[in-house]
Design a binder for this molecule. Structure first.
Ligand code: ARG
Length: 597
């Protein structure tokens, strides 16, 4: 039984013994004691005054007395207004600490049978990844790690949009203006090269439209009839027919993009277990349209188009098949949902996709529910907001959005400058220093993007993210490195900090030592909540709390200059446990921690 259950049970008994009232245990709960008061757990007395029939202070006092007499773990208590703040004995915390350090895997919860698919990244192949993708990829990867640590079986998937008019635009522009350029010949990374032609298409197309309009053609007509747009449309038709030349160019250009994406993913530190390509899935879902018509979930309009009426679910009507029989985005997603389930029998299926698609997923999930899919209840859209940069910062070479590769490279430069200024790499080989910049840069970036609630639109501030102080990745990374240095020193002076008989001699704790143990013990619960709420930001927040408390401990309490050997040993052991927890937690965020800096 965990300690808070034990305490609430005892509070229950107190009500029976002291106030002669039998209360259901579920209504008695504890909360963490607020920082400004002494104690670890707080019981709020106010809601129960009708049973105690005494003042809040008196009620708290009497329950506190009962606990102190009946629970050996309770050391002291204090009552502030109607808040009963409970402190446990140092002995209790020390026993818990020992149990934790000897546990086989304190950083993962027991295996469950739950299968979860996490789809993330899902880029289009007409241009490189951008800043928004960074948030997407970090969220998806981190969530997957968190769910794995919760004992679930996780499949990370990526649905690549590799076909359609957008990629045809890059292809047409390449045909027209490319002169056989390739990543090899130009030295341009494959995805950037294809992106370049997408931009060229756009510029040339706009020029064509302008010329047509100057000749008096109306805007809408000009946009439709501009020769380049016609060519892109024709190319799409050719592609769908399987025209060998078109398919061959398409393959070549997509492969350039994949080579580029692979490099970007590698630097980001993300990966996938299952790739899906829209060129394989875009025709899926049509049979579901038929099924929906038969089940009366969809209806046909006079022109032959098929619609879902979701007005009973608070939404409006949604097209699922065009009058010419071609399908739309959502049709494909219906089919892909079935495909995912067929492939992996997932109990839960999470889509990490930006909030501009909230409506799309709302509709998709409602349709799948109406079609009585067995997996419908487990669908979840992990929606996230836009990421902005402070104005004036780094525009991508294409102009509008910030390129992911450029941003990562820029972060590494910032890390280099910053680290050198602070002299944190004295005694590093060049290789070690380069590795450190990379770890810090990516850590700063990931932490900054993950510490924020995904729903919120956010401003990414590169300079702030890389600070060694404050709520940043590098601050936590630095804390880890600092502890590793302590552990190296302990080894050097042959301090036997794992020796149980030495640790057993420790009888009392300093405030901040106790705070650290309390925090460390909270890790599994944090992991659980982060898993059930799909929230990496909870782990990030916890990492910060732990690092902050550790730095307080480090500032207030001597380690090696402490007189008693058992205290030296205990403080090093406590530090080691903090370092391991930081390492495990940061790993869930996809962030590496350095051994030294
Ligand atoms: N490729 C799409 C885009 O960039 C996102 C796909 C999201 N996933 C899905 N199953 N619809 O907008």
């Amino acid at each position: 039984m965990d300690i808070s259950t034990k305490i609430t049970r005892s509070i229950h008994d107190a009500f029976t013994a002291v106030f002669a009232v039998e209360l259901p245990e579920q209504i008695l709960s504890l909360q963490p004691t607020r920082k400004e008061f002494e104690g670890t757990f707080t019981f709020v007395v106010f809601p129960f005054l009708k049973y105690t029939k005494k003042s809040p202070e008196q009620s708290g006092q009497e329950i506190g007395n009962y606990l102190k007499e009946n629970l050996e773990e309770v050391a002291t208590f204090n009552v502030v207004k109607g808040f009963l703040n409970i402190s446990l004995t140092d002995h209790y915390w020390l026993v818990e600490f020992k149990a934790m350090t000897s546990s086989e895997n304190p950083f993962a919860l027991p295996q469950t049978k739950v299968k979860v698919m996490v789809e993330y990244s899902s880029p289009n192949t007409n241009k490189p990844l951008h800043l928004g993708h960074l948030r997407n990829n970090f969220l998806g990867f981190s969530l997957s790690e968190i769910l794995k640590a919760n004992g679930h079986h996780v499949v990370k998937s990526n649905l690549v949009n590799d076909r359609g008019i957008h990629i045809c635009k890059s292809m047409v522009a390449y045909q027209e203006f490319g002169k056989g350029e390739s990543p090899e010949s130009s030295g341009i990374k494959g995805d950037h090269l294809v992106g370049k032609y997408y931009v060229i298409f756009d510029a040339a197309y706009k020029a064509e439209v302008k010329v047509l309009m100057e000749k008096g053609v109306e805007e809408e007509k000009a946009k439709k009839e501009a020769p380049l747009m016609c060519k892109a449309q024709e190319m799409l038709v050719l592609w769908e027919k399987g025209d060998p030349e078109t398919v061959s160019l398409w393959k070549t250009m997509n492969n350039w993009v994949y080579e580029g994406f692979d490099a970007t993913y590698k630097r980001m530190g993300v990966d996938f277990d299952q790739m899906y390509y829209e060129s394989d899935t875009y025709l899926l879902g049509k049979d579901m349209v038929e099924e929906g018509l038969q089940k009366g979930v969809f209806y046909k309009k006079e022109n032959g188009s098929v619609w879902a009426d979701l007005s009973d679910k608070g939404l409006d009507e949604k097209l699922v098949l065009r009058s010419d029989g071609t399908s739309v985005y959502i049709t494909q997603d219906m089919g892909t949902a079935d495909l995912k389930y067929r492939d992996h029998k997932n109990d839960k299926s999470i889509y990490v996709v930006g909030n501009e698609q909230d409506y799309h997923f709302d509709v998709l999930f409602k349709i799948l529910e109406k079609l009585e899919r067995p997996y419908a209840k487990g669908l979840h859209h992990l929606s996230y907001g836009m990421v902005d940069l402070p104005s004036g910062k780094m525009k991508s070479r294409e102009g509008t959005v910030v390129d992911a590769d450029d941003l990562m490279a820029e972060m590494v430069e910032t890390a280099r400058r910053h680290t050198q200024e602070l002299g944190k790499i004295d005694g590093f080989s060049e290789q070690e220093a380069e590795a450190l910049y990379e770890i810090l840069a990516l850590g700063a970036l990931k932490y900054f993007l993950l510490k924020v609630d995904p729903k919120k639109r956010m401003l990414f501030n590169p300079e702030e993210s890389i600070e060694f102080q404050g709520n940043t990745g590098p601050f936590i990374q630095y804390t880890h490195a600092r502890i590793r240095a302590i552990l190296r020193k302990a080894e050097q002076i042959e301090l036997d900090f794992n020796n149980p008989s030495l640790l057993n001699k420790v009888a009392e704790l300093q405030e901040t030592e106790k705070n650290l143990i309390v925090l460390l013990l909270d890790y599994p619960q944090k992991l659980k909540t982060a898993g059930s709420e799909y929230s990496p930001s909870l782990i990030a927040q916890y990492m910060f709390e732990l690092a902050k408390e550790y730095n307080r401990f480090y500032a207030e309490i001597p380690i090696f200059s402490e007189a008693k050997e058992q205290h030296r040993a205990f403080r090093v052991a406590l530090s080691a446990q903090v370092a391991q927890t930081i390492k495990a937690g940061m790993k869930l965020l996809g962030i590496e921690v350095p051994e030294k800096m």
